[in-house]
Design a protein. Structure first.
Length: 282
């Protein structure tokens, strides 16, 4: 029953392109741990450019499920999906470069990929990005940015981020705290403006709810619209966990079925000057 509910949830997230018979069969094969069949279903779709299928093919190669483990091929398919904006693929590339799986270990490259995923709202990537800022791996140490990204992830319910944020608080200077609070306020303002525009666009075709027709009584749509907007602002995404607040999660035990889509969270421009490439570890 739990597997069925999970399958229905995943299918509901799929784009019209991904919701094909082959993709559906691939999902069922994954749930049944029939990884060879899953690969047969996903590979042709991945070859045609389906980003969701590309992530799944990458996952199967990453863990050697249904095929021999091959980090190079995993990176190949993650890169194709990442270039289409898939945040899960971007986060996976971060893991590959952080641990040096099939490539030379490169914290700077790992940081760049985690940042891309974090800016799209991936709470696991946000937590990892915060830990990199806090430890100075792949980027210069910046406690304010670390606190900012821990907070962004914690607001999505990430418990690892909450622990990381709590441990970092004692290290913050008053200036760090003020800067982090400023960045959070800026991000929330931008998010609210984006939600407002999305709401206005969605209701544009049904007239202005604040100005009912003089020949028709008000139906209370104003209150409903306000409630809908407020609800959309409070919606959160349930995140995946990292191993520790201080380092990226290791590759998962099994393939993820479908990366979620989330609203982008822009990295504050004011802090980009703190990012300075470091030499990759040997």
């Amino acid at each position: 029953m739990n597997n069925l509910r999970y399958l229905l949830f995943i299918i509901a997230l799929l784009s019209p392109i991904a919701a094909t018979a082959d993709f559906h069969q691939g999902l069922i094969a994954l749930l049944n741990r029939d990884y060879e069949t899953a690969m047969k279903m996903f590979k042709p779709l991945a070859d045609k450019g389906n980003a969701a299928a590309q992530v799944n093919v990458g996952n199967l190669y990453m863990k050697g499920l249904g095929v021999d483990s091959n980090y190079s091929l995993a990176r190949h398919w993650y890169l194709k999906a990442a270039e289409q904006g898939e945040r899960m693929a971007q986060s996976k590339l971060g893991i590959i470069y952080f641990y040096g799986l099939g490539v030379e270990k490169n914290p700077t490259e790992a940081f760049n990929w985690f940042q891309k995923a974090a800016e799209q709202g991936d709470s696991s990537a946000q937590t990892t990005l915060a830990s990199l800022y806090a430890s100075g791996e792949g980027v210069l140490i910046n406690k304010a940015m670390a606190f900012y990204w821990y907070t962004m992830a914690e607001e999505q319910g990430n418990k690892e981020a909450a622990r990381g944020r709590e441990s970092l608080e004692e290290e913050l200077t008053p200036g760090d705290r003020d800067e982090a609070l400023r960045l959070m306020s800026e991000t929330r303002k931008l998010r609210a403006e984006k939600d407002e525009k999305a709401f206005e666009s969605a209701t544009a075709g049904i007239g202005n709810p604040s100005q009912p027709s003089p020949t028709e009584p008000s139906t209370g749509s104003e209150a409903k619209s306000s409630h809908t907007l407020e609800k959309s602002k409070k919606k959160t995404v349930h995140p995946s966990k990292t191993d520790l607040p201080g380092k990226p999660s290791a590759p998962p035990d099994g393939p993820a079925v479908k990366p979620e889509k989330a609203k982008a969270q822009k990295s504050p421009k004011a802090m980009t000057k703190t990012q300075s490439p470091t030499k990759p570890l040997p």
